[in-house]
Design a protein around this ligand. Sequence first.
Ligand code: ZN
Length: 264
Amino acid sequence: INFPTLQPEQTLGKVIEYFQTKDVEAIGIGMFGPIDVNVSSQTYGYVTSTPKPGWSNTDVLGILRHAFNIPFGWDTDVNAAALGESKWGAAKGLDSCVYITVGTGIGFGIIVENTLVHGLTHPEGGHVFTRRHPEDAYPGYCVFHKDCLEGMASGPAIEKRWGTKCNELQEDHPAWRLESFYLAQAILNAILLLSPKKIILGGGVMNQRQLFPLIHCEVEKHLNQYIKAELLLKRMEDCIVLPGLGDISGLYGALALGLDARNA
Ligand code: ZN
């Protein structure tokens, strides 16, 4: 079931209404971020500094816990997607993967040694800085950093740069080469920093399937055979892949978070 993301009270009200009619033992939440995932923090379970209107500093977990006295799992939507893919999808059986969603925003979910990566908060790979294409004069869309990855390569950035909706841009439009130029850099950084066994690209923009060969090619070019792993040297198309669970990796991941919470 889908609800539009309206104001927090309305949206969470609908979630509560829905689950009140079900017999639930635990709930797993994969939440759009940034969120507080530090269990010892006073604001654990909050959405923190999101540009989404009305959602900054919302105690999402608190509101839901007030309604249901059951265990809750809580993580970012992208970490949930990475978890779903590692349990049942494209990274099944692997102990590491990076899930990148490219849509209205860009987010990174990361699993290293079978563990979802958290730290001070959680990874924010969507806002890494990439080298600007010399012919790209678009100033960038991110309200915090202007020309970070999300500012240059998210769906809204593409649409504002070209003045056209993503799905109305032809398959051979120069937009996609430029998009692969930026995404490949972030993927390259993820490979160099995290050494993941699989990189999964989801989100609305990645429905442009022509991006995959462009990205493979671009990553290969920049790696320049530096990393001596067969997957990167010979099977790039098996390393950087579509989600195995379509557009519901996050939903599966939330299920896994709920199961973990119940069994904790
Ligand atoms: Zn940014």
